[in-house]
Design a protein around this ligand. Sequence first.
Ligand code: FEO
Length: 399
Amino acid sequence: MTDEVEPLELARGVYWVGVIDWNLRDFHGYVTPKGTTYNAYLIVDDTITLVDTVKAEFSAEMLKRISQIVDPAKIDHVIVNHVEMDHSGSLPAIMTAAPDATIYCSKNGKDGLHLHYKADGCEDWAIEVVKTGSELSLGSKTLMFIEATMLHWPDSMHTYIKEDKILLSSDAFGQHIATSKPFDDEVGDVMAEAAEYYANILMPFGRVILKYIDTVKELGIDINMIAPGHGIIWRQDPAKIIEAYGRWARGETNKKVLIIYDTMWGSTHIMANSILEGIKAAGVEVKLLNIRKNDLSGIITEVLEAPVIIVGSPTLNNGIFPSVSELLTYLKGLHPKGKQAVAFGSYGWGGGAVKAVEKELEMAGFELIEPGLQIRYRPDEEGIAACLQLGDRIAGFVQ
Ligand code: FEO
C-alpha cells in the first residue's frame, strides 16, 4: 500500500506528503498505464504550510503522512495552486483538521473553491487572494507566488520557495508515473512521459507557456528544483524540462510524417500503407498508427512531434468512421499549432468521409496541404500509384 511510503525531505523543512496512485489507468480519458502521483508538499518553518492536497479518496493517507511530521491541526497556511480535484480534493479534510488555517490562491482559484466546495463549508474558510510577486513569509523561508493562468486552468498558479530555489509547479512539468523513486536522477529518462503529459494536458496552451517562461525569466529567479503536482521531481536538471516545454510550445518538431487511420474492410489500410511507401521512398521518416490498436493519449503524443499528419477514414453512413471522429474531436480540443494535414480514405458508393475529415482537421487548426484522396472500394494498381504519388508529394513538405 502506498501509505507505507515515508514523507520525503526535499530540502531542510520541505517535505513531500503526497500519495502514489499505483493503479490509476484512466485519468479522465487520458490513458495512464504507469499510474500517477498526487504531489503535496509540507513546509515546516516558524509556521506550517501545506502546498496542495491530493484526490479526496486519499485524504486519510495524506493526513497520516503529514502526522508523521507535524500535527495537521498546526497547519497555518494552505496553498491552493490549482482547484482541479486531483489536487484540491482533500481540502475539506485539511480544513476540518486545521480550521484556523488560511488558504492562499489566485482570484480564479477563490471563485473555483467557492463554486466547488460550498457544501463542504467553503464560505467559512479564510481565503486570501495572491498575485504574481505576492510573498508570504513563513519564518526563515519565503514563498513567492506566480500566476500561471490557463496553464492549464484559469486558477492555476505556482509557488516558489525563495531560499531553497524550489518551484512547486502544480500540473506544469508533470508526468503520469507512479514511482517509489521520486527524483529524475533515480528513474532514468522520463521525457517520453513528460511529452505525453504535455501533449494531452498542455498542448492547447503553447502561447501561455512561452509567456510563463518569459515571466519566470523577468522575475530573475534561480530554480534548483521543480516539484510538480504529478510524477517525479526535477532536481538533477530542471532546465531540461523548461527547455522541452519551450520547444513543444514553439511547435518545434522532427522531420517526420504521421499516418493515423482506421479501416473497415482493409481498403483504407492498403491506402495508408501505400502512402507510407511513397513517403518512405522519398527518404522521409514516417510512422503509421491504426487508431483502434493505439490509445488516443499515445497518438496525440506522436502528433506533438510530427509537422504533418495524414488522417484516413473509411466512409460509414456518408460520414466519418466513429473511431476517427473520436480522434478528430480530441484534436479539435487540443488544437495543435502550426501543423499540416491531408485526408484519405476508401468508400463504397456515395463517399463523404474524406471531405468531412478535412473539415474537422481545419477546425482543429491544421492547414490542408493536398486535396484529400478517396478511392472507391479496394485500391487497384492505379489507386496504389495515386497513393504512392501522394506520399511522395507529402514528403516534399517536410524535407
Ligand atoms: Fe493534475 Fe489539472 O490537475
